[in-house]
Design a protein around this ligand. Structure first.
Ligand code: NAD
Length: 377
């Protein structure tokens, strides 16, 4: 029995999580593997109940679980809360405490949504790239940091970009391993031309590649060029590995190539432990969307695709992951859409669904696809 902790969080979180829970229930009823779920609080709802965005009890539960599925945190209600206990601080603490050093952000363009991108369909059609971002080091955590008052009356802000060999190797290893299961290409992005930490990054990725991953096609790119290439010819990439800061920016840019925030899942992974398991957090990349929360109009597919990533990376449930992704693809191909992914111009052939109707449509598609998959097996 695999244990999943569900953290619905704030805003649209509980609505999209409810649909993901139905999907997990469907797989429990239709497949041999059994997934046991329990809930916890995180973010604003946890501040309201426990005074902190992540309680020790929830953290303990997450540590003991095989995987954590989170929807979203934050909202205007908690905007004035002290920075250290903001809803987002709960999420940062969870990532740090579980040592989730590798953030996987796929950017996949579904054929049915190719026109949702602001780029030409010819540039993004069939796009399927994966950004692996280092998540627990670099300039967001480096010391010294802070803002100080200078004797001349000015103020000075400092952050420190810092990486060690070990931190670079472990995230690059994740990228190489994933590339082997995809198109076998890794592009490593840094600023080795102007930053010592970037020079070290390039040297260490090169050394690891030479020692263990010669079969993978490795290239290096300056991060600013990578940002340009993502717009010019994104299909040249398979897996991009990069640090925390550049990864933050490049993964948001790659997400926008798809044009649909409500469709994008993510995974954050820790090191593989001696028992073969690893800490893992799965979450959609969007926030709590206070503007649409509570209206049953949010797109639940990013959270549901995060479940597919959980099947693949935490539970080795490859055919279940593929079936779920196929069901999403089929629902879209039938023109079924939540409001955010409705075509802006001619919407002929498309039908607008609520959050719960999209969940129901997906379950119906899973029912329809299961016999076909069994016949293929
Ligand atoms: P957001 O992602 O919540 O919303 C941006 C826009 O996308 C909004 O118009 C929203 O309606 C839309 N949107 C987002 N998810 C959608 C979905 N599933 N279906 C349909 N439309 C969707 O970003 P924001 O407005 O900048 O932030 C809102 C709150 O969320 C803030 O408090 C922010 O701090 C927080 N936030 C949390 C996370 C997280 O939990 N990981 C990430 C980003 C922002």
């Amino acid at each position: 029995m695999s244990k999943i902790v569900l953290l619905p969080g704030d805003g649209l979180g509980p609505e999209v999580m409810a649909e993901a829970v139905k999907v997990i229930g469907w797989f429990n009823s239709n497949f041999v593997t059994k997934l046991e779920t329990s809930e916890g609080d995180i973010g604003g709802c946890s501040i309201d109940k426990h005074g902190v965005p992540l309680s020790d009890a929830t953290l303990k539960k997450c540590r003991e679980a095989d995987a954590v599925l989170l929807a979203a945190v934050g909202g205007p209600k908690w905007d004035k809360v002290d920075y250290a206990i903001r809803p987002e601080a709960g999420l940062l603490k969870l990532r740090k405490e579980l040592e989730l050093f590798a953030n996987l952000r796929p950017a996949k363009v579904f054929d049915a949504l190719v026109d949702a991108s602001t780029l030409k369909a010819s540039v993004v059609k069939g796009l399927d790239i994966l950004i692996v971002r280092e998540l627990t080091g670099g300039v967001y955590f480096g010391e010294p940091r802070g803002i100080e008052n200078l004797p001349n009356g000015e103020r000075r802000g400092v952050n420190t970009q810092v990486y060690t060999t070990h931190e670079i190797h472990r995230v690059a290893r994740v990228a190489f391993e994933l590339a082997r299961k995809r198109n076998n290409k890794v592009c490593s992005a840094e600023k080795a031309n102007v930053m010592e930490s970037g020079k070290l990054w390039r040297e260490e990725v090169t050394a690891l590649h030479a020692a263990e991953y010669k079969d993978v096609n490795l290239s290096h790119m300056y991060a600013d060029n990578c940002a340009m290439q993502l717009l010019r010819n994104p299909a040249q990439f398979d897996v991009i590995v990069t640090d925390n800061l550049f990864g933050d920016i490049l993964s948001d840019e790659a997400a926008m190539l798809t044009g649909s925030l409500g469709m994008l899942p993510s995974a954050s992974l820790g090191a593989v432990k001696p028992d073969g398991k690893r800490a893992a957090l799965y979450e959609p990349i969007h926030g709590s969307a206070p503007d649409i929360a509570g209206k049953n109009i949010a797109n639940p597919l990013a959270t549901i695709l995060s479940v597919a990533m959980m099947f693949r990376y935490s539970f080795g449930m490859m055919k279940e992951a593929a079936l779920l992704e196929q069901a999403v693809e089929s629902v879209l191909a039938k023109g079924l859409r939540t409001a955010d992914i409705m075509p802006t111009g001619d919407s002929a052939g498309c039908k607008k669904l609520s959050t719960s109707d999209m969940g129901a449509a997906l379950l119906a598609e899973l029912d329809a696809l299961k016999p076909k998959m069994a016949a293929r097996a």
